[in-house]
Ligand binder design. Structure first.
Ligand code: ZN
Length: 552
């Protein structure tokens, strides 16, 4: 044991000695020289929102090995380094520290303590992190020291961070170039949006989004009229093709609902959905009419876009926090609908409590509209019976639903005869019915997340439509052709070459990408100062910076 310690001490002595010599003789500072070929290498610079982790060690050691190898082969090597501080994560952490978020404060206290022993000093530095720039600069300086101790052969004279004016000028130059080439466009954009901070927030800002992705889902919100009230129930579905099998509507009897005016129609959705609606359609078109309970709607007759008369019934599986909080029932194919119908039919007290007509409720039967090979009878009924489900609140229905829906998506065929639907596979019918309903004005899109989500600062995330979002348009023929050629002809060489296909595939599907947001550290859009250029767009061609820094 002792020998091992002595051996390590001896090694560290050698390390210290030679690192001292490198520093003194400035051996990694590259100067123009006519007698050696040039070699320039960069590695994407670290995001300085915390200390390095072992993954950084791997990434930068690879770069350093290449740089050293090339020097030994007689090249004049330039290996510069910088620090990435633009974007929202650093601001988000800084804000959480300002707000007194215990978890973040604890985390950063630990981070600082890796470098500083004096407890008062640690608290002083932590306090200074309420300014995001202090946070970024503190870790940038530590990372540089760690890189030096690792012995990386970096020319540190060229260090900078991406919030500096010289880098802003580079990003501005890049955006004027993109605009000149007609690659910047503007339009509506569907985004994840934080209700607390009242701004779009992406994967970086959302809790656990890296391990449990948050996706935007488009529901078809179908209009069912309530003739006796002159209102319209907005029932959200992911399966508009099932509308042909509708038997009734569901609302949560204790749920809060809102009636509101929108473009001359009085729509009814849950109170939560009303809030979301105002973020997805221009708020000035929306005006509140009245607030009601779900039970106020029960027993009403509703009329579907295809003229079916259906009754509004109570169901407890309906989640007023999700989508519109109004559901149409298709018990042949939807397990929740089937179980809720059986629950109600077998509960005379409930039928009585909501003054429903017993004969009417008992007469409701599933209507088969989709044929699935190997399934004779109603798919939902077969699936819940074989699992032994007894109530609509049984959590297993979630998985049973996924299974039934998957099977129908891949193997289901429509047997209902309407508007050329008959014989179509379910996945085609779904798109066709959706487009039909939209074009008839009988449905509108309603966006929802695939799961509940909160930002790192505790705000609830919903889906919102942002008007006037700036995009880079990658879906341009000449750009795609040029990019493909660069990769196919090895002008840009991908190592290992098996990833070449991945790059080519990406070029194929790449479309418009939002390139700016309303907050963050970084460079303003040169022609619209309200917007900050997004941190991926400002660092993608960072290596070009060194080649033009002297002329911008
Ligand atoms: Zn937030």
């Amino acid at each position: 044991m002792q020998r091992r310690e002595e051996f390590l001490e001896w090694l560290r002595g050698i390390e210290k000695k030679w690192q001292g010599v490198w520093r003194e003789k400035r051996v990694f500072e590259a100067h123009p020289s006519g007698d050696r070929p040039k070699y320039f290498i960069t590695v994407p610079y670290p995001y300085s929102n915390g200390p390095l982790h072992i993954g950084h060690g791997r990434t930068y050691t690879i770069g350093d090995i290449i740089a050293r190898y090339k020097r030994l082969r007689g090249f004049n090597v330039l290996f510069p380094m910088a620090f990435h501080i633009t974007g929202t994560p650093i601001i988000a952490y800084s804000e959480m520290i300002s707000r007194g978020d215990e978890r973040t404060i604890g985390l950063y206290r630990d981070y600082i303590s890796l470098y500083i022993e004096d407890k008062d000093e640690v608290e002083k530095i932590l306090e200074s992190f309420k300014d995001p720039l202090n946070l970024a600069v503190f870790f940038a300086e530590r990372i540089q020291r760690d890189f030096e101790e690792l012995g990386y052969s970096i020319d540190w004279r060229r260090r900078f961070h991406t919030g500096e004016p010289i880098y802003n000028r580079f990003v501005t130059w890049q955006y004027f170039k993109l605009a000149d080439k007609g690659l910047i466009t503007r339009g509506d954009h569907i985004v994840t949006y934080c209700l607390l901070h009242r701004q779009p927030e992406g994967e970086d800002d959302i809790q656990d989004a890296d391990v449990n992705p948050v996706e935007i889902v488009e529901y078809t919100a179908v209009k069912f009229t309530l003739p006796s009230r002159g209102w319209i129930l907005l029932a959200a579905t992911l399966r508009p093709e099932t509308l042909f099998g509708v038997t009734n509507m569901w609302v949560h009897p204790e749920g809060d609902y809102v009636v509101f005016d929108w473009r001359g129609e009085k729509l009814v959705v849950s109170e939560k959905a009303f809030l979301k609606f105002k973020h997805q359609y221009p708020e000035e078109e929306v005006s509140f009419v009245t607030r009601i309970k779900g039970r106020d709607l029960i027993g009403e007759n509703a009329v579907s876009p295809f003229g079916d008369n259906v009754v509004v019934l109570p169901a407890w599986f309906v989640d007023v926090e999700n989508a519109t909080g109004v559901v149409y029932s298709e018990p042949s194919d939807a397990p929740y609908d089937y179980v809720a119908l059986i629950d109600l039919k077998s509960n005379p007290d409930l039928i009585n409590k909501y003054s429903l007509k017993p004969d009417l409720v008992q007469s409701i039967e599933p209507r088969k509209i989709i044929d699935v090979p190997g399934i004779s009878g109603h798919h939902a009924e077969i699936a819940v019976k074989s699992a032994g489900v007894k109530s609509q609140l049984d959590p297993r229905i979630e998985d049973i639903t996924k299974e039934v829906y998957r099977e129908q998506f891949y193997n289901g065929v429509m047997i209902v005869d309407y508007a050329g639907i008959k014989g179509l596979p379910v996945k085609e019918a779904r798109e066709k019915v959706k487009e039909l309903l939209y074009s008839m004005g009988k449905a509108i899109p309603f966006y929802e997340l695939n799961r509940r989500a909160y930002c790192r600062g505790g705000g609830e995330i919903i889906v919102a439509k942002i008007a006037g979002q700036w995009f880079i348009n990658y879906n341009v023929k000449w750009l795609k052709e040029k990019s493909r050629k660069m990769i196919e002809e090895d002008v840009v060489k991908i190592v290992p070459s098996k990833y070449k296909k991945l790059f080519l595939d990406t070029i194929d599907w790449l479309d418009k990408r939002p390139c700016a947001r309303k907050r963050g550290i970084g460079t303003s859009l040169p022609w619209d100062q309200d917007w900050i250029i997004e941190s991926l767009s400002d660092s993608t061609i960072y290596m070009a910076f060194y080649t033009i820094a002297h002329i911008i």
